[in-house]
Design a binder for this molecule. Structure first.
Ligand code: ZN
Ligand code: ZN
Length: 123
């Protein structure tokens, strides 16, 4: 027994599971009281007749910043990078970098970052 803490998916704050808090009607993430209010104003509230309102309350927002934020499709991004770099390499890749004001080291750093962060391989 005792108080459990949840982490708000939108602001990242931890809050106790007592008192006022809620869930997003879109992604069902836990939201602190303040974010329930903010997201409700921003995206509207769930249909009061819906099952979600019944389970989580009528003040639940339809969506939140978390589920509306654009997500990176790494596969498509990899494809884009591949064709961009391939296009650039068709002429002169060194010159391409120079025109962009980048050094080969800069490019290698970007490549390494994309690979370790997103698992994206560049050309
Ligand atoms: Zn919050
Ligand atoms: Zn959400």
């Amino acid at each position: 027994m005792g108080i459990d803490y949840l982490v708000c998916e939108v602001c990242g704050d931890a809050f106790p599971d007592v008192g006022y808090y809620g869930y997003c009607g879109g992604c069902e993430s836990a939201l602190c009281g303040g974010c329930v209010e903010d997201m409700g104003e921003k995206y509207g509230r769930v249909d009061p007749e819906s099952e979600f309102a019944e389970d989580y309350g009528e003040e639940s927002p339809c969506k939140c910043d978390e589920c509306t934020k654009p997500k990176l499709d790494t596969e498509k991004f990899e494809t884009l990078m591949y064709f961009l770099i391939k296009g650039a390499a068709k002429y002169d890749f060194a010159e391409f970098l120079e025109n962009a004001g980048l050094t080969e080291k800069d490019y290698e750093d970007i490549e390494a970052y994309l690979k370790t962060t997103y698992g994206i391989k560049t050309y």
